[in-house]
Design a protein around this ligand. Sequence first.
Ligand code: HAM
Length: 522
Amino acid sequence: MAEKRKFQAIKGTRDLLPPETELWNQVEQTAREVFSTYGFGEIRPPIFEPTELFARAVGGETDIVSKEMYSFEDRPAGIPDPRRFMELGDYVLAIEEGIRKETIPSTPSNRDSVRTFRSKFDEFVKVSSMLKTGFHSGGDPIPRAYGALLMECIYFAQTIQLGEMLSLRPEATASVCRAYIEHGMHALPQPVKLYYTGPMFRRERPQKGRYRQFYQIGAEVLEAIQPGHGGAKDIFKDAATDAEVIEMVMEFFARLELQGVQLEINSIGCRECRPKYVEVLRAELLKVKDRLGPDSQRRIDTNPLRVLDSKLESEQEIIAKLPRISEHLCVDCAKQYEEVKRQLGLRSVAYKENWRLVRGLDYYMRTTFEITAKGLGSQNAVCGGGRYDGLVELLGGQPTKGIGFAIGEDRLILSLQEAGKGNVAKGRDVYIAWLGEKTLATAIHAAKTLRAAGFRVELPPVEQKFGKALGQADRIGSRYALILGEDEAASGQWTLKTLADGTQAKYTEAQLLEFLMKAKVS
Ligand code: HAM
């Protein structure tokens, strides 16, 4: 008998259950409503993509790509398992054919691995046939060679790459850009405005507001750069787009009555001015290297900007004295940043400047922003975003501008719940307390009619004594009980009991509907 095992959701993942899912649906519905008023349409990209897409877009050195992705090899169907030694022969034939037909990656190193495996396998076959024929005398060198060769075959089999590396998406901006290129969206009227909702995956240390499967609501604005456009000419237009995107998130949060919303903005410069600033920063960081923690010390080499992100108490004083990017922005970046701030003002969007806001993904340039909310503890960023001109080009498309954001839906919901906004209607509107076989048809009819009118109805599958039925109605949070006995079924006069105060009255079917409709709006 199979061993008893209690299955549980994997660490960092969780089940979202009713009635909480009601709030999730309301939040997503509000996002759809608000985003569509700004001209956004929905995109639903796949949950997994080539690992390389994220490595290129988000950056190979970032924590997300280097440590946090869930990646796996996509192997073609029907390849035998090399760990089962009876299948080794079939395995070698299958991979040789796979290489020939290019159903498995035909890279030089993979072809090498297949050749090595084949020669080990041939040796193994030779030794095993000697064993079978008993063609060895005394001692045990051959059985020993047999065991060693088998292990080697299994080892070399595993060095063969059977398919492309894929990853569960850690974010969706890369996917949206990939889809923009794949579907030739540059040929559509520009800009293209897309939003998405769905799960993302990062192998982070789980804590309140931080999960390994979490949900984002995001939006992206993509615009192919027309010949003769771009550069300084578009500064004001781009700033207006940035400000409108930020205004849209803030409008969404206002609609949800999210509490303690704080918007922080920054400009991290462009390809021209940022590298120069990074060098200035690196030089300054080297001077204080000994006083920094190991993470920041490493980042002096890999990505000095990320040192500004450090939350380490002992580093705060040092960081406060570092040179600021705002003093090193090129003329166009500085102009654009000023215009974003002016545009936010025109839209009555309150913001705070934070020169340390650099974000943890590599694709950003110029405008970056983050929004925090109340009740979230240390993981209080409820939204992050920014401009990423050039990302589409980096992924093989034509020069394109981009700006977008992603909201952490789990954190958004947490904050709403902490503020007591998560009390969604639960229970039922009407519990049908029916008794007597002849009443069942009337009870089914009543349930159908009420459900068609949009009421949440519980129809118990078997009759219940009225006392028990009313108790059950109360337990599941029903507002009314419709009492149907044989008398009510025969007369067409149905009794409705209001459970909060125990009052009851008789209604015909039409009167009942009218009463409930009125009660629903009141
Ligand atoms: P991000 O800052 O990595 O940006 O994530 C956006 C938001 O997702 C965060 O502010 C946070 O609320 C939420 N989030 C991130 N990781 C977790 C986690 N482990 N658990 C719970 N919530 C989490 C991006 O993903 C960019 N793609 C945003 C963007 C879109 N930029 C331009 N367009």
